[in-house]
Design a protein around this ligand. Structure first.
Ligand code: SAH
Length: 267
């Protein structure tokens, strides 16, 4: 929401405004109503090609600034520059705060001493999109770890995996693989197996809640590496706790992580 201080800053610097928008898992129907309104009424929409294509049905009168993967810094600079005098939507997949553009854009804006209001709009992130496909695999304390070592050293990632597994968090793995980093997923599984039992349920979800190509597998930690080749950059992995279980329903397997109601109530 717009605070009074930022409102006056905004008035002082004309009509410029910068929105950083989490567009959700990749289909227009999963956008928030607010995100949809803002994208539709912006002067400029800035994003990488994949996200702009996912939002194509909303792009019409707006000016489009399309940038490639790996060009995030240029994209952030461009958005900040345009926002001096225009209403700009920087779109980011899922939620912009979860391995998304919010951090970089705020850093660039801080550096440029941008005076216009910046508003971050939340989106459905991959862990919750994937969880909805799998049933109820989270429900308790959880953490997310990105296996991308492009910006975080691999030793740090290993330390976080080990700590999270030893505390038996529900764990979600983002960026499990890329062409350059094919073994990160299998290495991560071996670290997690030091602490969690082999019977722990694991869900692999590809293209969760997208218009096409959604697919998923429910397996266990001991067997998940049998599906190593299936895992790609569009996959999010959810690993349960030692209390999670698999429910084999007539319409497919689901994962349940108990919140603890069974300890207090009969049902
Ligand atoms: N900001 C995004 C995450 C960006 S990191 C978000 O909040 O979701 C990119 C990683 O997110 C991918 O490698 C994949 O692990 C995960 N991801 C993003 N969208 C996904 C989807 N629809 N289905 C499954 N995984 C997805």
């Amino acid at each position: 929401m717009v605070g009074s201080q930022s409102q006056s800053q905004n008035e002082a610097s004309g009509k410029g405004r910068l929105y950083i928008i989490g567009i959700g898992p990749g289909s227009v129907e999963q956008l928030t109503v607010k995100a949809r309104e803002v994208i539709t009424s912006s002067d400029y929409v800035v994003g990488n090609g994949t996200y702009l294509d996912q939002m194509a049905s909303l792009l019409d009168k707006q000016n489009i600034v399309r940038s490639a993967m790996g060009k995030e810094v240029d994209r952030a600079r461009k958005a900040v520059e345009l926002a001096q005098d225009n209403v700009v939507s920087m779109i980011s997949g899922g939620d912009a705060n979860i391995y998304g553009m919010a951090g970089l854009v705020l850093e660039v804006a801080e550096h440029a001493n941008l005076k216009v209001e910046i508003e971050v709009l939340p989106g459905v992130t991959a862990i919750t999109a994937a969880a909805s496909v799998l049933g109820a695999p989270i429900v308790n304390d959880f953490c997310t770890v990105s296996l991308s070592d492009l910006l975080t050293p691999w030793e740090v990632i290993e330390k976080r995996l080990d700590a999270a597994a030893s505390a038996d968090f529900v764990m979600s793995l983002y960026n499990p693989k890329s062409r350059q980093r094919n073994s990160n997923f299998s290495r991560a599984v071996e670290i997690i197996r030091r602490h969690k039992e082999d019977s722990v349920p694991v869900g692999l979800v590809k293209n969760a809640l997208r218009d096409k190509d959604q697919d998923y597998i429910v397996t266990t930690l001991g067997e998940v590496l049998n599906y190593n080749d299936w895992v790609d950059m569009s996959t999010t992995i959810l690993i349960g706790t030692n209390d999670s279980r698999i429910w084999d329903t007539p319409y497919g397997k689901r994962i349940i992580t108990p919140r603890g109601y069974h300890r207090k109530y009969d049902y």
